[in-house]
Design a protein around this ligand. Structure first.
Ligand code: NAD
Length: 473
C-alpha cells in the first residue's frame, strides 16, 4: 500500500498522527494510506504560507503566470497517472477522471493568463483616483469528495494567481489527488507558497478558527458551510462558500422528448449524480410526463455499471458508504409513499458502493426525495399542470445553486429561466460551466463566485489609491 506525505513549507513530511486508510469505492477496501496531520502541522503550514507571502507577492504578474503555466504543463504530462488515482479514490469511470484532469489543465491555464485590472475612477489636473486589488494573504482551501482534483484547482489557481499563499485541506475521503496536485505546484513556486495538510478529523474546524488564515474558499455541504461561517468570525475571514444545491429543471410543454432526453440524463447523472449543480428535480408537463420518464429509464438501463478502471464501464459506484445509505433511504422513503421506481432502486449485491441509475415517478414536493439534495444516482420525475406552478415549486427550495428550463422556443424558455431563484439559469442545458464565466449560488447554496474576473477578485481585497498632485507653492 503506497504512502503519501503532507507538503509543508516546500518539504514532504509524514503526518504527526500516523495514517488513515483511503477506501476504493469500487471494492470497499483500503487501497492507500494518507498522512494524518496534527494541529501543530496546520500551524506550521500557515506559518510557512505567511512567511512566503512577501516573496510570492514581489513577483510580477508575468512571473506568476509563467509558474502556473509550468504547473499546467506538468499536470498534462502526468494526466494518466492522476486520472487513475482519481478513479481509485473517487470511483468515477476513467474517461470522466480524464476529463476532470483536462478541466484542471484548462482552468489552470485560464487562471495563469488572467489580468487583474486597475480601475481608473477619476483623473483631473490635481488628482488621480484608482482602484487596485491586493492579495488577501493566506488562503485556506477546503474541498469535498466529488470532484476532488478539479475543485482543488478551482480554489488554488486563482488564489495563487492573485498573489496569495495557500493551505489546502482536501476531504479525507479523497485526499490523494490533491496531494499530488500540490506536489506538482510546489515544484514551480517558492517554498511555502503552497501547502497541503490532511487528516480525518478536526483539521477543517481548526482552519476555520485559525487566526493566521485570512480567507477560506470552501466547497461542501450547506451544513458545514454554516459551521465555517460561524467559526470564521474571530478574525473576520473572507469567505467564498460554494454549498449544496437541489437544482430544478422545468421541461416546457411540447418539448420533443428524443431531442433532449440524453442531455437531461447526463446532467442529472453526471459523476453518478454527485455534482453540486447536477439536475436534481425534473418537472415535466403532465401530458409528456410518462414519455419522458420512460425515455430516461431506457438510457439508465443502457449504462454499464462497474469499476471505473474496467473497459466499457460508463457508471461507477457512489463514493462512500454514508452517501450510498442516504440515496437508498431517500428511494425507500419515496417507494413507501407510493412512488414507482422505473429502474434501479436497489444497491447492487456486490462489493463496493454500487447503486444503479434510478428513475422515480409518482413523487412530489413535500417528499424527501424531492425536497432534499440526494447527491447520488437517482432522479425524481415530477408532473406539473401549469408552468407557473412548476416555477413556484422549483423556487420553493431553500437552495439556489442552478436551475434550467428546456423548450424549443428559447425566448420563452429564457423568460421562464430568468425567474428561477438560482445563481445560474441554464436554457436547454444544465451544469455547464467554463473558466471564464462566474459560477456561484444564492440562498442557502452560498455566496461569492468562482471563475472569470469576479472569481479572481474574490481572492483580493480592494485598495483605493487617492493621489493628489503635490502643491507647487
Ligand atoms: P462536507 O461539507 O461534508 O465536507 C466538505 C469539506 O469540509 C471536507 O473537506 C470536510 O473534511 C470539511 N469539513 C468537515 N467539517 C468541517 C468543519 N467543521 N469546518 C471546516 N471544514 C469541515 O461536504 P461533502 O460531503 O464532502 O460534499 C458534498 C456536498 O458538497 C454536497 O452538498 C454538494 O452539493 C456540495 N458541493 C457544492 C459545490 C458547489 O460548487 N456549490 C461543488 C461540489 C460539492
Amino acid at each position: 500500500m503506497r504512502d503519501h506525505e503532507l507538503v509543508i513549507g516546500g518539504d514532504s513530511v509524514p503526518g504527526d498522527d500516523g495514517h488513515f486508510a483511503v477506501i476504493d469505492p469500487a471494492s470497499g477496501q483500503a487501497f492507500a494510506r494518507c498522512p494524518a496531520g496534527s494541529p501543530a502541522q496546520l500551524d506550521r503550514a500557515v506559518d510557512a504560507a505567511r512567511a512566503a507571502c512577501g516573496e510570492w507577492q514581489a513577483l510580477s504578474h508575468a512571473q506568476r503566470c509563467e509558474a502556473l503555466t509550468r504547473v499546467a504543463d506538468d499536470i498534462e504530462r502526468e494526466a494518466d497517472e492522476l486520472a487513475r488515482l482519481i478513479v481509485r479514490e473517487q470511483g468515477k469511470p476513467l474517461a470522466l477522471a480524464q476529463s476532470e484532469i483536462a478541466g484542471g489543465v484548462a482552468w489552470t491555464r485560464y487562471a495563469a493568463g488572467q489580468e487583474i485590472p486597475v480601475e481608473w475612477i477619476e483623473e483631473t489636473p490635481t488628482q488621480r483616483i484608482e482602484l487596485h486589488h491586493r492579495p488577501v494573504g493566506v488562503v485556506a482551501s477546503i474541498t469535498p469528495w466529488n470532484w476532488p482534483f478539479m475543485i482543488a484547482v478551482w480554489h488554488i489557481m486563482p488564489a495563487l494567481r492573485a498573489g496569495n499563499c495557500v493551505v489546502s485541506k482536501p476531504s479525507s475521503l479523497t485526499p490523494l489527488s490533491t496531494i499530488r496536485l500540490v506536489e506538482i505546484i510546489a515544484r514551480h513556486v517558492p517554498r511555502g507558497v503552497i501547502n497541503v495538510v490532511t487528516g480525518q478529523q478536526g483539521l477543517g474546524s481548526a482552519i476555520t478558527g485559525h487566526p493566521g488564515i485570512d480567507k477560506i474558499v470552501f466547497t461542501g455541504s450547506t451544513e458545514t458551510g454554516q459551521r465555517v461561517m460561524r467559526a470564521s468570525a474571530g478574525n473576520l475571514k473572507r469567505l467564498t462558500l460554494e454549498l449544496g444545491g437541489n437544482d430544478a429543471a422545468i421541461v416546457l410543454p411540447e418539448t420533443p422528448v428524443a431531442a433532449v432526453a440524453e442531455e437531461i440524463f447526463q446532467a442529472a447523472f453526471l459523476n453518478m449524480g454527485q455534482t453540486c449543480s447536477a439536475l436534481k428535480r425534473l418537472y415535466v408537463h403532465e401530458s409528456q410526463y410518462r414519455e419522458f420518464a420512460e425515455a430516461l429509464a431506457d438510457i439508465a438501463r443502457r449504462q454499464v455499471v462497474g469499476d471505473g478502471l474496467e473497459a466499457g464501464v460508463t457508471f461507477g459506484p457512489v463514493q462512500n458508504a454514508d452517501q450510498l445509505a442516504l440515496v437508498s433511504e431517500l428511494v425507500d422513503d419515496a417507494r413507501a409513499q407510493g412512488a414507482e421506481v422505473l429502474c434501479g432502486g436497489e444497491r447492487l449485491d456486490r462489493p463496493g458502493f454500487f447503486y444503479p441509475p434510478t428513475i422515480v415517478t409518482g413523487v412530489s414536493d413535500g417528499q424527501r426525495l424531492v425536497d432534499e439534495e440526494q447527491f447520488g444516482p437517482v432522479l425524481p420525475v415530477i408532473a406539473y399542470s401549469d408552468v407557473e406552478d412548476a416555477l413556484r415549486r422549483a423556487n420553493a427550495s431553500s437552495m439556489g445553486l442552478g436551475g434550467s428550463v428546456w423548450g424549443s422556443d428559447e425566448v420563452r424558455a429564457q423568460a421562464v429561466a430568468s425567474r428561477l431563484e438560482s445563481g445560474v439559469a441554464w436554457v436547454n442545458c444544465h451544469a455547464q460551466i467554463q473558466p471564464n464565466t462566474p459560477f456561484g449560488g444564492c440562498k442557502m447554496s452560498g455566496f461569492g463566485v468562482e471563475f472569470g474576473l469576479q472569481g479572481l477578485l474574490e481572492f483580493t481585497t480592494p485598495q483605493l489609491h487617492y493621489v493628489r498632485t503635490f502643491p507647487t507653492k
